[in-house]
Design a protein around this ligand. Sequence first.
Ligand SMILES: [Zn+2]
Length: 394
Amino acid sequence: MAWGKKVSAGPLLNQERALALLERTLSSGELPPAYLFVGPHGVGKEEAALALAQSLNCQSGAGEEGPDLFEAAGSSSSEPHSGIRALRGCGICSACSRIGRYSHPDVIVRMPLPRPRGGKKGDPADPTDVLAFKADNPYRDPEISTGSLSIGIADVREIIPQLAYAPVEGGKRVVIFRESERMTEEAQNALLKSMEEPPPHTIFILTTHRPNALLPTVRSRSRIVHFRPLKAEEISYYLREHGIASGDEMNVAQLARGSLKRAICIAEGGVPGREEAVRLLSWAVEGRNREALAWAAGYTFKTSGVMLTEARSVLEELLSLARDVAVVQSGGKVALMNPDRADMLRDVGRRAPDGAGLQALEAVTDACGEVDSNVNLALIYATLFDALIPLGIH
Ligand SMILES: [Zn+2]
């Protein structure tokens, strides 16, 4: 499957509200020192950050002649598209194309990469390689083997001295921190100084799906732009256009929860953590304590960044399953997040005692917080399993 640059423009098509807000600040000429792009994974936040960088640095005279980012995604789109000019630069001049390839000297992109942890040397990924991969695969993540994934103070310290100088090519310097919820507190504090006294010609863009994981001071210094989950029709349109999940686009899109990244994961054979989450839930419902506890015990002493990332994925999936049980129990008409497991979830919801779904939801939420505060994974899973057992009591 070819992943040329052009495929990446898709999801931006339907973020009119976010793009219109950016467009307004652009045309007012009063850019804030920092933006915080908030929204789920895989809905076009990074794409929008690059588009903004392109329109600020385009060599062919702003984005007025650029491609229309608001073209409709199939007939299903009900959002208005008129009256908003394209935000992006021309997309083809040297500056635009280098920004799209992450190789423009004034557009600096940082993302969580493995750090040595606890004195042990990690397996640091080369940022250049990672960015080259992202340029070709905007909705996939490269496999990074070990270490704790974070944006550390070294990343920020490396950038700050550059900000004292004018942009190399005379445009606007754009510093993008992807998945900024993984910035260490130290790194955020170091960045904060620059955000408070913004260097001329520089704008920061932080993207995140968990804004509350950032320091309140960082949030309050940033102009927040919300990106919405994509509609299933939009995702299925994109998949069809790019030959992904042929013939099964709509089913995949229904499971994607508004994220193109998730849709591509599903199409390519699985969402991280989903299988484990479904298994853990089944064990609880069937009262198979021995299997569950043996599985949990396998996580004793496993604290690498990759393990924690994996655990977050399992818990995220479990959260959606517990939420669906709670939805069934509430008798509401809200759509399930796991329609492919609807039979099982409805069965669990109907048979379990009232309120068991909500309690499970709370227990999983607690477990999510514990993963972030570095509690032993084996203990987290074992405690969580205990809390899920009521789902199996009839
Ligand atoms: Zn251009």
